[in-house]
Write a protein that binds this ligand. Structure first.
Ligand SMILES: [Zn+2]
Length: 467
């Protein structure tokens, strides 16, 4: 087995003389390299002197580690900075172009992919419609094709340092508890159970991957770069085909003990409804105010003539969507305005106890229903201000998602970059030049390859002809 110091000389030619302070074990070498990389990447150090002060390491050690990080292509010393007394120092920068991050957001009916550099800057972004019912294999193959297309211009797979994937929350919930909760209407989605998207993508692209739910990545996106930027307490509510929330508390995403926090779609509204929710109860918020509920009521109003606008839409498009109802409300259609006002009130009333509990600085409404216009947003605000405690609501901002469909992509990129560059993780891979070569990751990939070879050898159980 190689020792850490031998590994270090792998990076540079063996002929180079051993320097003072060169790390003798992988651990200490990785730690000091990761520390310097982090200081430059976070903008806390731009010169050798900054690094000496911030890292509290000697000049010889700094020189040695910098040389190594430059050889690895991670840091570069370039233009002259401002002189403080003596000679002007050279500025050190983090080479964000040395690697890239692939991200994907899979929704029930759409797919989005993007390529970013190591600073999270978007280089290419692409959106297209899809159907989850096509099954995980088809979605994975499409993602692979799109990822390869994104990478074509950027030096191929070798550049990928990490992959971030956002999946619709019902898929995650279904995977976790093993029953059809969340998606009884889509039998085909049962195929998603036990399907490890992250490992599959890692095997195909040779880079570590992280999977989060759609509402979590949207929340992270809005928190890091959108309507909640700079806030440490955020309540994000996704109003789409399902209704769910996600919470940032004291600068950390709250996931809950099983990662299922935020299922506010099943808060009882107290309204009478004949429809039964997928959770088995009646009168859940989701049954009353989700995109699906709005579409169903809109369709009925179009057919019975209660809404002239929706009747015309149905005749023209053959369907009524939640977005159509939003347009109708904006154009002054009485039925549409009334429906969205009621939905907004129910959502606001369900959120008020949450706001009282969490005291967020910002409430962000995302998802297709939130984009349906001002009528719904005004009703949410009114209910939340009416039912929230004055101490909670006096400086509370309630806004619509600023980033829309891109929020999930931005959030996924942040998940990957935060994981890769967390000091504990960075010190494990930095000596090897990229997270692709981190020993523990490579061992996991070897194990996954062995498992799939074994699975391929096993005879498949016969498929029953009926259910
Ligand atoms: Zn329910």
């Amino acid at each position: 087995m190689k020792t850490g110091s031998e590994r270090l000389t792998e990076v540079k030619p063996a002929a180079s003389p051993r320097r003072v302070g060169r790390p003798r074990t992988t651990e200490t070498g990785g730690a000091s390299l990761a520390l310097l990389m982090g200081l430059v990447r976070n903008g806390m150090a731009t010169t050798r002197l900054d690094l000496e002060r911030q890292a509290e390491l000697g000049r010889a050690v700094i020189t040695d580690r910098l040389e190594m990080l430059e050889t690895l292509g991670i840091l570069a010393e370039g233009e002259m900075g401002r002189a403080e007394g003596g000679r002007a120092p050279r500025l050190i920068r983090f080479c964000e172009e040395v690697g890239s991050v692939l991200v994907a957001v899979v929704e029930r009916s759409s797919l989005a992919v993007a390529l970013t550099d190591l600073a999270g800057n978007f280089i290419v972004e692409h959106h297209e419609p899809t159907e989850l019912a096509r099954g995980p294999d088809a979605i994975l193959d499409r993602l692979t094709t799109l990822f390869i297309w994104l990478l074509d211009e950027r030096g191929g797979k070798q550049q990928v340092w990490g992959i971030g994937l956002s999946l619709p929350e019902p898929v995650l919930i279904d995977t976790m508890d093993g029953d059809a909760f969340g998606i009884p209407d889509l039998a085909a989605l049962k195929a998603w159970r036990q399907y490890d998207f992250g490992v599959e993508l890692s095997l195909r692209f040779g880079a570590p991957s992280w999977v989060r739910s759609g509402v979590q990545t949207m929340t992270i996106g809005e928190w890091k770069a959108g309507g909640a930027k700079g806030a440490s307490d955020v309540l994000f509510v996704k109003l789409g085909r399902s209704i769910c929330a996600s919470i940032v508390s004291n600068g950390r995403l709250h996931s809950g003990s099983q990662g299922s926090a935020g299922l506010i779609g099943h808060a009882p509204t107290g309204e009478s409804s004949t429809r039964i929710c997928r959770c088995g109860s009646k009168g859940c918020l989701e049954v009353m105010a989700s995109g699906e509920a709005i579409e169903e009521e809109g369709l009925l109003a179009a057919k019975t003539g209660r809404s002239r606008y929706l009747a015309e839409t149905l005749e023209l498009n053959g369907e009524v969507t939640d977005v159509d109802v939003g347009h109708g409300a904006q154009l002054g259609d009485g039925f549409c305005a009334e429906l969205l006002t009621r939905c907004g009130r129910l959502v606001g009333e369900a959120m008020a106890p949450l706001a009282n509990l969490l005291n967020p600085a910002v409430v962000i409404l995302g998802g297709s229903v939130a984009q349906s216009g001002e009528v719904l947003l005004a009703a949410v605000r009114e209910a939340l201000y009416r039912q929230g405690h004055p101490l909670i609501t006096r400086s509370l901002r309630i806004v619509r998602s600023q980033l829309g469909v891109t929020a999930g992509l931005i959030g996924s990129a942040h998940v990957v970059l935060d994981e890769i560059f967390a000091p504990a993780s960075a010190q494990e891979w930095v000596l090897h030049g990229s997270p692709r070569k981190e020993p523990a990751f490579m061992a996991r990939m070897d194990a996954a390859r062995a498992r799939s070879r074994q699975a391929a050898r096993q005879p498949r159980p016969p498929t029953p002809s009926t259910d």
